[in-house]
Design a protein around this ligand. Structure first.
Ligand SMILES: [Zn+2]
Length: 455
């Protein structure tokens, strides 16, 4: 009996010793703070509802700069500052109009001009339609069949891909380069199926670019339901025409800013760990998942470290990057500042995949650095972070890779992200407070481990 008691006591001691592992204790504290006293959700409410849409160059973007600077100052971070960047300034103008004209039937469909597109002119564009799934298919048709028409790019995101970002990667060339490929063959417009696996009436805008030496033709996204309808109607009446009118315009570049807040490192203040998201959003949306969530999570990481009395060895910086959506000037500018200031960036963590349930992190670094991070798997797995390994870092932090910074892309569950991406329904109400808080905690836990154990 006595011996059994001793055995139990020893077991309890063992469990106690395990719980005393300083890393697991610190991570538990971070999660307790995020879940019990998290601030990111209320901040996100302000950013989405009070500031609202914040496309680069807009008054909303400037409001977001002012407010996030003020927010970080209120948190008492050691230093808060702005980095000036010149950004593209594209405006949508009056809402687009589009319809399918099939015989006497006129069917209205929802479209949204793609960011960077030219306008149609006040009369709009009306022309017969040619539907393709790939650029090769378009080239095989040749100028004879394409000239004077509107090219309809209708390759869906592959719904069988488990990771929706992979499906996006397999379709987004149509949005980015469709207008250029169509214009090379004499098309007068390009209509692109929205980048989502959802079937609904929301057109998904997004960035596009024109190739050099090619006529600039107007281009827009059509909702997936609209795309299905156009495709079906086209089979029934190949002679139909499509009409669209859009009023967008590219203005001269505008002055804007990255917003940066930091906690000074206690041992290595000259070595920096960045955690960030992008402050700009598309004009159609409140930019809740894309990427208000990532910005507020990043500020929350620093707030929690400060509140919990963690004294980081390295300088920890929250960066709200400007202009990820249509130019990446903030990310490029930030890396430039870092280079000019001879700042050493040890690591950068970006959250730009939505405020959904955390699954892990993608790592961009050497094999040794990846192996080093994988040693922390046991500390992170209890919190659902099992998908740690290969994967992208993030668009804004990408330019830091040149100087050897290890990049981490926060990976939440991807199933619902493209339901909202770049649409009017990417609103605050689409974000769960628990999932947002778990994301902030995951990022803080990773930053803590990098700070403690290096890379
Ligand atoms: Zn984004």
């Amino acid at each position: 009996m006595k011996r059994r008691l001793i055995a139990i006591a020893l077991l309890a001691l063992g469990a106690g010793a395990q719980a005393q592992n300083p890393d697991s204790v610190a991570i538990r504290k971070i999660y307790n703070e995020a879940l019990g006293n998290g601030q990111a959700y209320e901040w996100l409410r302000h950013l989405t509802k009070q500031v609202g849409p914040r496309l680069s160059g807009s008054a909303g973007a400037q409001k977001a700069v002012d407010w996030t600077k003020q927010l970080m100052e209120q948190q008492g971070f050691d230093r808060v500052f702005l980095q000036e960047v010149m950004v593209p300034h594209w405006v949508r103008g009056a809402k687009e109009v589009a319809y399918i004209q099939s015989g006497k039937q006129k069917i209205t469909v929802p479209i949204a001009a793609l960011g960077g597109s030219v306008a149609t002119g006040p009369k709009g564009v009306e022309a017969p339609v040619i539907e393709v799934k790939t650029f090769q298919e378009l080239r095989d048709l040749g100028a004879d069949k394409v000239k004077g028409k509107i090219v309809f790019f209708n390759r869906p995101m592959d719904p069988t891909k488990l990771n929706t970002f992979e499906a996006y990667g397999g379709a987004v060339d149509q949005r980015a380069n469709g207008a250029t490929e169509a214009a090379k063959l004499g098309a007068v417009g390009a209509i692109v199926r929205s980048m989502t696996v959802a079937h609904d009436d929301n057109p998904h805008t997004g960035g596009m670019r024109y190739g050099t030496g090619v006529p600039l033709i107007p281009t827009a996204a059509i909702s997936t339901n609209g795309a299905d309808l156009l495709s079906k109607t086209l089979k029934e009446s190949p002679g139909l025409t499509f009409y669209f009118k859009q009023n967008c315009e590219t203005l001269p570049d505008a002055k804007s800013y990255n917003v940066v807040g930091e906690i000074k490192g206690s041992e290595k203040p000259d070595e920096i760990i960045v955690v960030g998201g992008h402050l700009d959003s598309w004009d159609l949306s409140e930019g809740a998942h894309d990427d208000g969530a990532g910005c507020m999570q990043s500020v929350e990481v620093l707030r929690m470290m400060k509140t919990l009395g963690m004294k980081p060895k390295h300088t920890i910086r929250a960066v709200m990057f400007m202009n990820e959506e249509n130019g990446l000037r903030g990310g490029i500018g930030y890396a430039d500042y870092a280079k000019k200031g001879a700042e050493k960036h040890l690591a950068a963590v970006e959250s730009d995949n939505g405020g959904f349930t955390p699954r892990g992190f993608g790592i961009v670094g050497t094999a040794e650095q990846k192996a080093h991070v994988l040693q922390w798997k046991g500390l992170l797995a209890p919190y659902g972070l099992y998908d740690i390994g290969p994967g992208g870092g993030g668009a804004d932090i990408g330019p830091l890779a040149q100087s050897g910074t290890v990049l981490f892309g926060f990976k939440p569950d991807s199933q619902r992200y493209f339901d909202y991406h770049h649409t009017g329904i990417d609103r605050f109400e689409a974000v769960s407070p628990r999932e947002l808080a778990l994301g902030a905690a995951s990022m803080a836990a990773l930053v803590y481990l990098i700070d403690q154990h290096g890379l």
